[in-house]
Design a protein around this ligand. Structure first.
Ligand SMILES: NCCCC[C@H](N)C(=O)NCC(=O)O
Length: 442
């Protein structure tokens, strides 16, 4: 446990996740190229992004249950193999249906990766470091996002669709080989935390036990509230919003998207340390970040005319902070569930953000097309990706954020009352701050 080998095994798992994110986010910078290649409008283009995210969300329960049954190695390797197939199909697709089929496979493979790597951590690490590992995994994975925003976007521009997406398939195959060679569920002689240990307990009781736990539901709503906006921005609508809605150069837009990722990579470890140090204040941190996202999007959307660049930078920084905020959801799952149902609990949490993204991605496309059609009918000569269209379409995120906020407050109340029954009283945050200051003053 916590040995050099633990770090190597985890590192390869994290690389597999990084490559999964590279596959996932490649479409985000290829939006205009996809629209041109498949000759589709905003609504259909959003289908291409949403399909993968929807499949990802739908696969979380089965994958969570399978991780508890077969362990992370099998799931990470199978996921990587399925993604190689999916990306090859996308690379070769001349028509939308084949590209959609490829994105479905990418969604299935991707779905198996993150929660398996999170589960892998508990096989190789013990002690306080475990509380921070999910943030380290998420942070490493974000490199995949950076790779898609900078080198992949460049490659796509240079060599075109087939060769650039084909290269991603080759990168995926390399990751698969690494996983097969290096990733194992736990050190020899370590506790068999998956598989045979709970054969007598079926998948349904395991899943039900995870879902009944209010801490799992708090994790779900945390993930739901904080991942949706960041995913929608990074995976599909951020690039067209910046380039076509606000008139930034492609390179500038890539830079702004890289700020989202870079911020997440800096803030992730800080959030990890904070949640490990103050576990009883995790939900307060989550609520503060949700408030920040709501306030920032509202300001951007009501700003008269185009929002100024400083405000766009604030937006991308806040979206970067929201990513690590969503990862706190897995820490709720970890601390409120026994190890034998952790895969299922993580699966439940991970549905949240992807369900929100799945709802928002097509909703934004549909609203953009509807606004454009209405304005064209009124005689205005504007493009689909005009800022005024985006202003209305992106406001749909506020509905999702409002639902998330209400549900976090509700599930936190239930979780805390359950903790009170177990003798753990969580007082208001200001009393804790006052106590902490008194102690420091002494
Ligand atoms: N772009 C922000 C990503 C943050 C990681 C996130 N908390 C998460 O849930 N990741 C799951 C995944 O599969 O990426």
């Amino acid at each position: 446990m916590n040995s050099a080998r633990s770090w190597i095994v985890w590192g390869v798992g994290a690389i597999a996740y990084m490559v999964a994110i590279l596959h996932r986010s490649s479409l985000g910078v290829a939006g205009p190229a996809a629209a041109e290649r498949f000759e589709v409008q905003a609504t259909l283009l959003s289908t291409l992004g949403a399909v993968q995210v929807g499949v990802y969300a739908a696969m979380q329960i089965p994958v969570g249950v399978l991780v508890d049954r077969y362990g992370p190695r099998v799931l990470i390797a199978s996921g990587a193999a399925v993604m190689v197939g999916g990306q090859t199909m996308v690379a070769l697709a001349e028509e939308l249906p084949l590209a959609i089929a490829g994105r479905i496979l990418l969604g299935i493979g991707d779905a198996a990766t993150f929660i398996s790597v999170i589960r892998l951590q508990s096989g190789w690490f013990r002690g306080p470091i475990v509380a921070q590992m999910s943030q380290w995994t998420a942070t490493t994975g974000q490199l995949g996002q950076l790779l898609s925003v900078v080198p992949f976007a460049w490659l796509l521009h240079q060599v075109g669709w087939t060769l650039s997406f084909g290269s991603l398939a080759i990168v995926g195959a390399v990751a698969l080989v690494l996983v097969l060679l290096i990733v194992f569920d736990a050190p020899k002689g370590g506790a068999p935390a998956t598989g045979s240990i709970d054969v007598p307990v079926g998948w349904w009781p395991r899943l039900r036990s995870a879902m009944r736990q209010p801490g799992t539901r708090l994790g779900f709503w945390t993930h739901f509230s904080l991942l949706g906006s960041t995913n929608v921005f990074l995976l599909l609508w951020g690039y067209p919003m910046l380039v076509e809605g606000l008139g930034y150069e492609r390179g500038q837009a890539a830079g702004l998207m890289a700020i989202v990722v870079g911020t997440g990579m800096v803030v992730g470890p800080i959030v990890g340390i904070a949640t490990a140090r103050f576990p009883l204040r995790r939900s307060t941190l989550v609520l503060a970040i949700v408030g920040l996202v709501v306030a920032t999007w509202t300001t951007v959307l009501v700003w008269p005319g185009h929002p100024p660049t400083w405000l766009v930078i604030v937006l991308v920084v806040v979206l970067g902070i929201a990513g690590p905020g969503s990862t706190v959801g897995f820490d709720f799952a970890r601390t409120f569930n026994p190890l034998r149902v952790l895969g299922s609990a993580n699966g439940v949490v991970n549905i949240g953000g992807f369900m929100a993204s799945f709802a928002l991605m097509p909703a934004i496309g549909i609203i953009l097309d509807a606004v454009h059609a209405a304005r064209a009918a009124g005689g205005e000569a504007v493009g689909v990706y005009d800022w005024e269209g985006f202003r209305i379409a992106l406001a749909s995120q506020l509905v999702v954020l409002a639902i998330g906020l209400v549900m976090i407050v509700r599930t936190r109340r239930i979780t805390r009352s359950r903790m009170r029954e177990e003798g753990i009283e969580v007082g208001p945050v200001w009393t804790a701050i006052a106590r902490w200051m008194r102690r420091r003053g002494r």
